[in-house]
Design a protein around this ligand. Sequence first.
Ligand code: SF4
Length: 201
Amino acid sequence: MTLNVNEIFYSIQGEGYHSGSPATFIRLAGCNLACHFCDTRHTVPSIPMTPQAIVDEVKQYPAELVIITGGEPSLQPLSLLVDMLHEAARRVHIETNGTRPLPHSIDWITCSPKKATAESPLRIPYYVHPSILHRADELKLVYDPEGPDPDSIAARFHHPLLYLQPMALDGSDNAPATVAYILSHPHWRLSAQIHRLLNFR
Ligand code: SF4
């Protein structure tokens, strides 16, 4: 059994609650949505890797924290990989759009539901699988002033931490609107993408 891997790299989490934490990132290939602001290079060829080969590479890096991201990582078989990472004394976090169930063994779920587009294979805006509504530790929304009120999306979840992130598109940065929303809804926090601000990966 293999997983399609875009890249494995060592860096610092730049977003959300664990922002600033050193982590090994496993970026898996493929997504079931097609967001217009997506910064994932979906055309980069993926490499099929066994869970053992992934863990061997992760063990080259000293951080306890491993973040599985994508694309949409739930599209690939994760259970064995997560178990093997635990055996290697790693803590496993995942970043998901929330549209599919996840293994119960994952230590932290960051859910970032997306609007989806006409091109998306899944066309239900901000759809989240019921199991993720209950399990998400952190809700991280890319703020869209034209979209639904972030509070209306958060209300479907079972008390996650709430992070709002500006949409970083060339020439259409909506950071001021994001900050204004947070100031008037102070139960939200700003996810500032420090890797972009400080220009690291
Ligand atoms: S869900 Fe994430 S990875 Fe998938 S298209 Fe949207 S932004 Fe890109």
